[in-house]
Design a protein around this ligand. Structure first.
Ligand SMILES: Nc1ccn([C@H]2C[C@H](O)[C@@H](COP(=O)(O)O)O2)c(=O)n1
Ligand SMILES: [Zn+2]
Length: 191
């Protein structure tokens, strides 16, 4: 190819949109929080669906989880209700909290014992004290969360107390993209 032709080709390519990097690609933190949100969609909890995603220092997802009953504890047998002292349903054994495995705990368990030292945990809801204990014990070094709706509850204050004491960082994730649409209908068909 002559030098002129090569220059023409280069000029053409630089004008073509396919030759440029996409600008609206997902940033890592949005990607992992979106993965947590997608995982939360698997939860059958009628009130609060939580998703969590653990990521290593090379931005590889090592596990995900959502809140649900333990394996083989049927959603049709165990209660998704909350026992309140004021209601007739005040039987503590009819309270979901007796049975639910939290999203963060499920994500940690889904790693099958691999080292989580120095990893980050993305969760749609701030971890409770029980999950904070696990987070600390497995060596997760950073927690990113979307909502802290239960911040006023003692469990969550205890959680922060422990995370602060041992230097596990936590920060609210402010999404760069406010909306991410997953639309199976418009996915391009194969040739
Ligand atoms: N960090 C958290 C906090 C809560 N969960 C789960 C436990 C329950 O299934 C649900 C909370 O229910 P609510 O009290 O809002 O009726 O969320 C979790 O997985 N991780
Ligand atoms: Zn928890």
């Amino acid at each position: 190819m002559s030098e002129d032709a090569a220059q023409d080709l280069e000029a053409q390519m630089s004008k073509s949109p396919e030759n440029h990097k996409r600008k609206d690609y997902l940033h890592w933190d949005d990607y992992f929080m979106a993965t947590s949100l997608l995982s939360a969609k698997r939860s059958k909890d009628p009130v609060t669906q939580v998703g969590a995603c653990i990521v290593d220092s090379q931005n590889r997802i090592v596990a995900i989880g959502y809140n649900g009953f333990p394996r083989n504890c049927s959603d049709d047998v165990f209660p998704w209700s909350k026992a309140t002292k004021r209601s007739k349903k005040d039987d503590p054994l009819e309270d979901k909290k007796m049975y639910v495995v939290h999203a963060e705990a499920n994500a940690i368990l889904n790693t099958n014992g691999m080292s989580l030292s120095g990893t980050r945990l993305y969760t749609t809801l701030f971890p409770c004290n029980e999950c904070a204990k696990l987070i600390i014990q497995v060596g997760i070094s950073q927690v990113l969360y979307l909502s802290d709706k239960y911040a006023y509850k003692p469990k969550y204050r205890a959680s922060k107390r422990m995370l602060d004491a041992v230097g596990v960082e936590y920060k609210r994730h402010i999404p760069l993209k406010k909306t991410i649409t997953i639309d199976f209908e418009t996915f391009p068909e194969e040739d």
